[in-house]
Design a protein around this ligand. Structure first.
Ligand code: FAD
Length: 156
């Protein structure tokens, strides 16, 4: 086993979430909705913020890039690369709080846009940007891409 694989194996044992570097998972995460394809070094599914801190420390120590990923519907290769893909769509999916007076909502990045709007509907609120992929794209990726859509002209 080469040194990087040894270090990844150690990291895997220290995470509460998952870390993969087998051929199948690397191939699955080598693409997004774009035409690009690059095999990543590894794929992490962090479970806690401590996991994310450990991934950042590992990436810094080993001079490897981190590629945050939610639904992977980007069209220009935003989540394709040779670093460690950090997929937050499995465990970071909570709507944390809503402030009806301020009309703000605090969410984790893996909340799907349409699920958020279903949650907000009884409060008479909605999150404006309306991508064609709104039934699967997630807030982390929408912020990352500065996403917009049919309702953006009216609501921002
Ligand atoms: C058929 C089709 C139609 C589309 N229509 C539209 C449209 O109408 N409008 C539009 O704007 N886009 C559109 N898109 C592009 C894409 O769906 C949107 O930009 C969507 O919001 C991306 O969300 P995602 O969850 O898939 O993000 P991803 O592709 O997973 O990530 C997008 C970016 O955000 C970053 N990111 C993700 N999570 C985090 C995080 N936790 N922290 C920091 N950075 C993070 C990623 O690294 C990446 O750079 C379309 C795509 C397809 C395939």
């Amino acid at each position: 086993m080469n040194k990087l694989k040894q270090n990844l194996t150690k990291l895997k044992s220290e995470l509460e979430g998952e870390l993969y570097f087998d051929d199948l998972l690397l191939a699955l995460y080598a693409t997004d909705a774009s035409v690009y394809r690059i095999l990543p070094t590894a794929v992490a599914l962090p479970k806690t913020t401590t996991d994310i801190k450990k991934l950042i420390a590992f990436a810094k120590a080993h001079k490897i890039g981190l590629i945050p990923r939610t639904a992977g519907t980007s069209l220009a290769g935003q989540v394709v690369g040779n670093g460690i893909v950090v997929d937050v769509s499995k465990y970071f999916t909570k709507i944390i709080s809503i402030n009806k007076i301020e009309k703000t909502v605090t969410v984790q990045p893996g909340v799907v846009r349409d699920q958020l709007n279903n949650y907000l509907e009884p409060y008479g609120l909605f999150f404006g940007p309306n991508t064609s992929t709104s039934n699967r794209c997630m807030i982390g990726g929408m912020v990352g891409n500065n996403s917009s859509g049919t309702t953006s002209i009216q609501y921002g």
